[in-house]
Write a protein that binds this ligand. Structure first.
Ligand SMILES: *[C@@H]1O[C@H](CO)[C@@H](O)[C@H](O)[C@H]1NC(C)=O
Ligand SMILES: *[C@@H]1O[C@H](CO)[C@@H](O)[C@H](O)[C@H]1NC(C)=O
Ligand SMILES: *[C@@H]1O[C@H](CO)[C@@H](O)[C@H](O)[C@H]1NC(C)=O
Ligand SMILES: *[C@@H]1O[C@H](CO)[C@@H](O)[C@H](O)[C@H]1NC(C)=O
Ligand SMILES: *[C@@H]1O[C@H](CO)[C@@H](O)[C@H](O)[C@H]1NC(C)=O
Ligand SMILES: *[C@@H]1O[C@H](CO)[C@@H](O)[C@H](O)[C@H]1NC(C)=O
Length: 582
């Protein structure tokens, strides 16, 4: 018996967490990102560094006891009493963005997205050996997943928020003196939250598949080498329980902010059919139980998710469903007879984006922009589209489409990495032109909420690897610390860039765009004036006129406008008559 077990253990190795390099890998100074690689080849060291930096950002966002694992010299253990109010341990996990709340729904999306990317482009992580990307990925995922396990202490209980958004918004400072009022909010069987439970289930399933090494066949690489079957099984148990909770809660199916209004301001979910469908789909993939595919299709059909042009993000999973259905179908599963139907759905969706009839447009300097959705954190919809497009291109039906999707995705990645009217790589610390003022209370070093921009004058810590919100609809980026729509950082903003960077490590010998940008490039084109967005409206004022004068001017302009329109209509009619005549 003993020897048989040893043999099994040898055939199916079950490893614990991968060991991290000692001393740790740390991001190089931003100036290293302004050096063009001579004789570039794959894996390109600049892409490996970028992947390393993107992972490092998550280390900087860690909450809880950092004593054994911290590689961010300016971070301290914090929020060590989380969960005490409800008698459980909810320490750990990640701070959501530039603030200090811990929000389960966007965290779940982030983990799902990163695990999915590490299934498809896992060799990219493995090949980025120079930055130990796979061990750091493993460490990053476990820090999130271990917390999600704590937040799911019983089959039908899930903590969805720790911290209070109002209290948190009133605090600006370091990690040592956080406001102690950090309540823990849960959903449960009688007061459920379908989207949050399903979203967490999807994260557990996607990551369970990753930890069991179950990648998609054919068109994709092997998963990142972090297999741990025991861990995978634990994650799968949580995924199954949360899916049942989402589907069958006594309290019915409802949006989680109806149970936990405290989350509404920060992360309201608009619907949950997409969450149920993606939870079922990933659960089917992770568990080999193909019955779930049928359930996923049912939710998809009932929620009428076909034919949409929506974005992909923490609240909206629909485009991800198109791609995941197609990936599972092409992997020789029960869904294989439906491959062409799912490809058609994907190609309708992506063709519309590439051909400019998806409802989105391009900014003058080339960023995919969804009016409304892109008004805060403009890079996120574009990066998520580029990520899905890159992934889908591998299984597109024609080589024309493969090329056009890859080209479009590349254009968005180039944009984010500095090929834009600002000469700005939108990732902190990756090049001398990178943002200097990310909206992050802990990196800023300030504690004066009334003077966020000037106290201190220079941001104290470099938040390496953080993808910031992004430019406005005119492509302008002001780099102002208090301007959260443009400069805030967040767990989910980084997620698609990890997957894209891993793909580039695998497939792209050439440098990321920013190596050609030398110090001072942004300063030459830095916009004058002020932004006009949800945080700063100074830039919205078009004139210095008094209110009365503005109204008078508006009346005059309206009258002139009506006269001009009248003249134009008259001219066109006359013109038509003339054309008819001749
Ligand atoms: C933090 O973790 C370290 C080792 O991992 C442990 O020794 C220490 O007691 C922990 N601190 C607290 C406050 O739990
Ligand atoms: C961590 O603690 C040190 C020492 O007290 C402090 O200087 C630093 O600002 C703290 N870090 C943060 C992010 O607040
Ligand atoms: C479920 O949550 C509600 C509040 O959202 C709470 O009043 C109730 O006691 C909880 N039920 C259980 C069984 O914990
Ligand atoms: C929900 O409950 C029904 C009826 O008991 C059961 O057949 C079904 O398997 C349950 N679904 C899940 C996902 O647990
Ligand atoms: C799913 O099937 C694969 C291949 O047959 C197997 O290696 C894996 O252990 C199975 N997973 C589960 C959760 O049963
Ligand atoms: C969902 O709708 C499609 C298209 O109408 C149909 O082919 C498919 O069978 C439906 N799936 C389920 C599970 O009802």
């Amino acid at each position: 018996m003993y020897s048989i077990w040893r043999l099994c253990a040898f055939i199916v190795p079950t490893l614990a967490q991968l060991s991290l390099p000692n001393p740790p890998w740390l991001p190089p100074d931003a100036s290293a990102g302004a050096r063009v690689t001579a004789n570039p080849s794959s894996p390109n060291p600049q892409w490996s560094t970028l992947l390393g930096n993107l992972l490092y950002f998550y280390d900087a966002q860690r909450s809880g006891n950092l004593s054994s694992s911290n590689r961010v010299p300016w971070r301290n253990s914090s929020a060590m009493a989380d969960g005490k109010d409800v008698g459980i341990d909810l320490t750990g996990g990640y701070y959501d963005a530039g603030d200090y709340i811990k929000a389960t729904y966007p965290l779940s999306f982030t983990l799902m997205s990163i695990c999915w990317g590490a299934l498809d482009y896992g060799q990219g992580y493995d090949q980025a050996k120079s930055t130990s990307a796979t061990p750091y990925l493993d460490s990053m995922l476990r820090w999130g997943l271990d917390w999600l396990v704590k937040a799911h202490p019983a089959p039908s209980t899930l903590y969805v928020l720790v911290g209070n958004t109002d209290v948190d918004n009133a605090y600006w400072g370091g990690d040592e003196n956080l406001p102690s009022f950090r309540p823990s909010y849960a959903i449960n069987d009688t007061n459920p939250g379908t989207d949050a439970a399903a979203g967490a289930s999807a994260a557990f399933s996607a990551c369970s598949a990753l930890y069991s090494g179950k990648g998609f066949n054919g068109a994709y690489s092997k998963p990142a080498s972090l297999q741990d079957n025991a861990y995978s099984a634990t994650l799968l148990t949580h995924a199954q329980q949360l899916y049942s909770f989402a589907v069958n809660a006594t309290g019915g199916q409802k949006q989680y902010q109806k149970t936990v209004p405290a989350i509404a301001e920060a992360y309201s979910s608009s619907s949950f059919g997409d969450d149920l469908a993606i939870a079922a789909l990933f659960l089917g993939w992770a568990s080999n139980n193909t019955g779930y595919y049928q359930e996923a299709e049912n939710y998809f059909n009932q929620s009428k998710l076909s034919g949409q042009n929506s974005i992909f993000n923490w609240d909206s999973k629909t485009p991800g469903l198109y791609v995941l259905f197609a990936q599972i179908a092409q992997s020789g599963s029960d869904l294989s007879s439906k491959l062409s139907a799912w490809q058609a759905e994907c190609e309708r969706y992506f063709d519309a984006i590439v051909n400019g009839n998806s409802g989105a447009s391009l900014t003058n300097d080339g960023l995919l922009y969804y009016k409304g959705d892109s008004d805060d954190a403009s890079l996120n919809p574009a990066l998520n589209a580029a990520m899905l497009m890159t992934r889908y291109a591998a299984i597109a039906t024609t080589s024309d489409r493969k090329n056009s999707y890859s080209k479009f995705a590349q254009s968005q990645v180039d944009y984010v990495l500095g090929k834009n009217s600002m000469s700005m790589p939108y990732i902190v610390g990756s090049n001398p032109n990178s943002p200097q003022n990310p909206h992050s209370a802990m990196a800023s070093g300030g504690n004066d909420i009334n003077n966020i921009n000037t106290s201190p004058p220079q941001e104290l810590h470099v938040l390496y690897g953080a993808v910031v919100g992004g430019p406005d609809r005119r492509g302008r980026f002001f780099d102002i610390r208090s301007d959260w729509p443009e400069t805030e950082v967040a767990l989910d903003y980084n997620a698609p860039m990890l997957t894209l960077a891993a793909m580039h490590v695998m497939n792209d010998p050439n440098d990321p765009f920013f190596t050609t940008l030398q110090a001072g490039a942004y300063d030459k084109v830095r916009p004058s004036g002020q932004p006009c967005d949800a945080a700063i409206s100074d830039g919205c004022e078009k004139s210095g006129l008094s209110k009365g004068a503005t109204i008078a001017l508006a009346v005059v302009l309206t009258v002139v406008g009506i006269l001009i329109i009248g003249l134009v209509v008259w001219y066109i009619r006359v013109g038509r008559l003339r054309r008819r005549k001749y």
